[in-house]
Design a protein around this ligand. Structure first.
Ligand SMILES: [Zn+2]
Length: 343
């Protein structure tokens, strides 16, 4: 019998959801702790490779990625020095295999390493969707007529249920009825890796006050809540020009008002996180020269932002450039073009 690899053996010893469902060939199937797996206890959908590169993927919930410390801890494996060495080797093996598959120019390599390799498909906006009340809401709010291409760029999901059907997902990480509520009363946007929805309530229904104004739904435990739009990122580049806003509607407002940013800029929203965490993300992708155009809400002063900026590690070491913009006609940029004037 071939000898079992240290990583496989450690999981086998620690994780009681590890079953003998299938141990033949290159993969083993176990019960998925992320989605709880199916009702039949002798079925398992989480497949793990049995040699380098160690990868995992659940065929039920699409939880997937490279085996790393977080993953092993999640399964209850104790991280010994030997395991750590093996994980280092695994990291290198994943990078090598990703390179072989020509992932290196795409963001997916980073997502892959972070355990977010699974890419969900965002439904295209169809002509009949253009009458959809959610999409009408955007046109009304910004007093413009967005094109289908713009709405797709903004990662709007016209109907959340369609997303489920398109991606063949048979589970939902919340209460069942909530999907209907979110589809009917909320406008949803997909995060940049498609693993999370940011839903904003736009319609009222007195019978349904359960969910509040904002909702975030993660399809993947490791999902990074980053909302940004741009066609693609060239990871061979080290220069990056960013438009940053507090929320999604701020970015759409800037896009609508200032066409000059439509070419060559990446739009990213903080969504309640710090400016620093957004910048850290792009630095982790290998961007070392970043120009930041920060379209700030008026409840934070320039002094506060500059103070944050000075305290951040990368901007001071790498010498990023910061410009702060404000809308002197309102509190933020999530408004029609006619209601924005730069201070
Ligand atoms: Zn699963």
């Amino acid at each position: 019998m071939e000898e079992m690899h240290l990583i496989e053996r450690a999981i086998l010893n620690a994780y009681d959801g590890w079953t003998e469902i299938s141990n033949g060939g290159r993969n083993r199937l176990i019960r998925c702790p992320e989605c709880g797996d199916s009702q039949k206890s002798d079925h398992g959908h989480l497949s793990i490779t049995r040699s380098y590169p160690f990868l995992y993927k659940c065929f039920r919930c699409n939880w997937s990625g490279a085996v790393n410390e977080d993953f092993l801890r999640y399964l209850g494996v104790e991280i010994t020095p030997e395991i750590r060495v093996a994980l280092k080797e695994n990291h290198q093996a994943v990078v090598n295999s990703a390179k072989e598959q020509n992932y290196q120019k795409e963001k997916s390599i980073t997502n892959f390493l972070r355990g977010m390799q699974r890419k969900f498909f965002i439904p295209d906006i169809k002509d009949e969707d253009m009458d959809n009340q959610c999409l009408q809401y955007l046109n009304d709010r910004f007093q413009t007529e967005f094109t289908k291409e713009e709405l797709e760029k903004f990662r709007v999901i016209a109907d959340l249920r369609e997303f489920w059907i398109l991606n063949h997902i048979d589970w939902w990480p919340r209460e069942k009825e909530e999907l209907t509520t979110l589809a009917n009363l909320y406008l949803s946007f997909s995060s940049s890796d498609g693993n999370e929805f940011i839903s904003r309530r736009i319609f009222d229904d007195e019978d349904d006050e359960l969910l509040g104004r904002y909702q975030e739904t993660k399809l993947n435990k490791n999902a990074e809540r980053l909302y940004c739009f741009k066609d693609s990122l060239d990871l061979c580049e080290t220069h990056l020009k960013l438009v940053i806003g507090e929320g999604i509607f701020d970015l759409i407002g800037v896009w609508n008002k200032f066409p000059k940013y439509r070419e060559g800029y990446v739009f990213a929203a903080c969504l309640g996180k710090s400016l620093e965490s957004v910048l850290d993300f792009f630095v982790s992708l290998g961007f070392l020269h970043i120009e930041v155009n920060y379209f700030a809400d008026n409840d934070v002063t320039d002094n506060t932002i500059r103070k944050w900026w000075r305290e951040m590690e990368y901007p001071s070491i790498l010498g990023f450039r910061l410009s702060i913009y404000r809308n002197k006609m309102g509190k933020d940029f999530g408004v029609p073009a006619s209601e924005i004037r730069l201070a």
